[in-house]
Design a protein around this ligand. Structure first.
Ligand SMILES: [Zn+2]
Length: 590
């Protein structure tokens, strides 16, 4: 990559004209016609359930889904690149409306499939046009059979807009109004959060106290939003006769409870290895025990700046040693300006990758300011983009993969780059920083995410018996954190349940364990890659292509020949993380 790379993305190659794009307007109108066609075909299928009616219906479904994703991705890019773009906000409304329509049709489709008799169904699934997508169609059928009658489910969907999603929006609205005064500056809670990782302990301690205080002040409001959001969910589960709150997230992530249990049990057994790290870090900070606000603080003040161009070259080079295809794809993404990385005001915070199935392109959004963690984010998002790229060639209906496997591709990409960075470190100091960075990630996935999972599981149990007060929520969180961190910290973050957006997301319940799954699953793949680097590229592509059409247990069995319900797989993955801890201990030995 010799030419200077652009740090701004090109959206015009998808639809020209930004939020005022006429091409987009035409495309949306075209999509509305497709939705109408889908509606009619669904009606005919409902009246006359034959294979001849099903085939064209599937074809239309593919087109509608691809179009909706294309529109949705474009609008996400518009709202992210300029938070003041009013026209983009209008488009969000339009998108939500289209998505609600399609959601309704999709529910109707599931229920129609569920009505087909088992005998007929087993005949159909042998048809060469149905067989390759049988897994996802079976899922829709089973789901419908597990739910209430269609009319009631449609009613739930309608009521959920104000009675469920509304609480999530309310949460965002309140957070958006929160400001905190810190050192004479008026900061948003997000800005204050950045100060929590200051290399100056007294600064981060003060920032943390302010941060906790700010959330405590509004806690009663969030107690309301969280209780109602959870209450809606539990009522819905109760009427559907779903006893376990984990049923929905497990189904969505296509994984079994045994797998989840094996994962957490193995992590719990291995925690003492990470206590060693926490204690050593405490020694470095000259304190008895680390506080919550020390966990992500750097031990070294020596920070290396990585220029964007250098980061791009490094990522491409490291990907190449694993998979030339991944490297070529990355090069293409940089050269075609698929990445918005510029550090400028008016952009929304955070990073994401979104894909355009019709154009067969992706876009990555982030703010690159030259830190090692920015480079990691860039690699992470490119991992997501590559995953989608590999999916572009397969049936649209088999492209739906859940969060746990989505985070596998991204974490693997991040890991390849992080490991190479450690290898190339020029000084002991730099090596220490980079190794610690890796361990921080393990601690986050094994302890922080575990605390979220423990809290959420217990909160939902408590909520079944009635409203859970602010004091009880704080207490539940404190207990979960103490347990997850093995009582190794001096201070915890009891109001974390309010401060963390993820508990208030309505799109997916239990927005936590899939991260840990993705992290460890990608470590399993990484270990496999190291034993057979030569064939890695084709092995990896084949695995990614299957992520939308089987359970995670089958995926692991087929490609890695391992059983996710057994602890041995998880142990091997965690062992790799423990190696980092050992290196950290060695590097900090006096
Ligand atoms: Zn990700």
């Amino acid at each position: 990559m010799t030419n200077k790379l652009s740090m701004k993305w090109d959206l015009d190659s998808i639809f020209t004209g930004g939020s005022h794009s006429e091409e987009l307007t035409d495309f949306i109108e075209g999509t509305e016609e497709w939705i109408e066609k889908l509606n009619q075909e669904l009606e005919s299928f409902g009246e006359n359930k034959t294979l001849d009616h099903l085939i064209p219906l599937l074809e239309t479904t593919r087109e509608v889904r691809a179009r909706i994703s294309e529109i949705s991705a474009f609008i996400s890019c518009l709202t992210a690149q300029d938070v003041t773009d009013k026209q983009a906000k209008q488009l969000v409304g339009k998108r939500n409306q289209l998505m609600a329509q399609v959601q309704k049709l999709s529910t109707t489709f599931s229920f129609s499939l569920a009505e087909v008799t088992d005998d007929t169904w087993s005949n159909w699934t042998q048809d060469k046009k149905v067989e390759p997508i049988a897994f996802v169609l079976n899922e829709l059928r089973d789901e419908a059979r597990d739910k209430l009658p269609e009319e009631q489910e449609q009613l739930i969907t309608d009521l959920a807009i104000d009675g469920y999603k509304g609480w999530g929006e309310m949460y965002n609205t309140i957070v958006g109004t929160m400001t905190v005064e810190f050192d004479g500056e008026e900061l948003s809670v997000g800005q204050l959060e950045n100060k929590l990782n200051s290399s100056d302990r007294s600064v981060r301690k003060r920032a943390f106290e302010k941060f906790e205080q700010a959330w405590h002040e509004k806690a009663d409001l969030f107690t309301n939003t969280l209780n109602h959001l959870a209450g809606f969910r539990l009522q819905m589960y109760k009427h559907r006769n779903w006893e376990d709150v984990l049923q929905e997230p497990l189904n969505y992530n296509r994984m079994s409870k045994e797998t989840l249990t094996a994962m957490w049990d193995t992590i719990t057994k291995n925690k003492p290895a990470f206590y060693k790290y926490l204690n050593r870090k405490a020694e470095q900070f000259k304190v008895d025990k680390l506080a919550w606000y020390d966990l992500e603080a750097p031990i070294s003040t020596e920070v290396q700046e990585v220029k964007y161009q250098d980061a791009a070259e490094m990522i491409e080079k490291q990907f190449r040693s694993f998979s030339p295809r991944m490297a070529d794809f990355t090069n293409h993404a940089f050269k075609q300006s698929w990445i918005e990385a510029e550090d400028r005001p008016g952009k929304r915070p955070g990073g994401f990758c979104t894909s355009f199935p019709k154009s067969k392109e992706s876009r990555i959004f982030m703010t690159y300011s030259g830190t090692a963690s920015n480079m990691a984010t860039l690699a992470h998002e490119l991992g997501h983009a590559y995953h989608q790229h590999v999916m572009d060639d397969i049936d649209q209906l088999n492209q739906g993969y859940a969060m746990n496997v989505a985070e596998t591709a991204s974490t693997l990409a991040e890991m390849i780059v992080a490991d190479a960075a450690v290898e190339q470190a020029e000084t002991k100091e730099e090596r220490l920083t980079l190794v610690e960075d890796k361990i921080q990630r393990s601690v986050a996935f094994f302890m922080n995410i575990h605390a979220r999972f423990l809290f959420e599981t217990r909160f939902y149990e408590a909520r079944k018996n009635g409203f859970v007060s602010t004091e009880e929520l704080n207490q539940l969180m404190l207990e979960a954190q103490k347990e997850a961190y093995g009582d190794q910290l001096s201070d915890y973050h009891p109001v974390f349940w309010a401060a963390k957006l993820h508990f208030h997301i309505t799109g997916v319940p239990f927005y936590n364990f899939p991260y840990t799954f993705g992290y460890l699953f990608s470590l399993g793949i990484y270990a496999h890659a190291k034993t057979d680097q030569e064939n890695f590229a084709s092995f990896y592509d084949a695995l990614l292509q299957d992520t939308g059409r089987m359970t995670v247990e089958d995926l692991a069995k087929k490609h890695l020949d391992v059983d996710l319900k057994e602890e041995s797989f998880w142990q091997r993955a965690i062992d790799l993380c423990i190696e980092d801890v050992e290196e950290f201990i060695k590097l900090t030995d006096k």
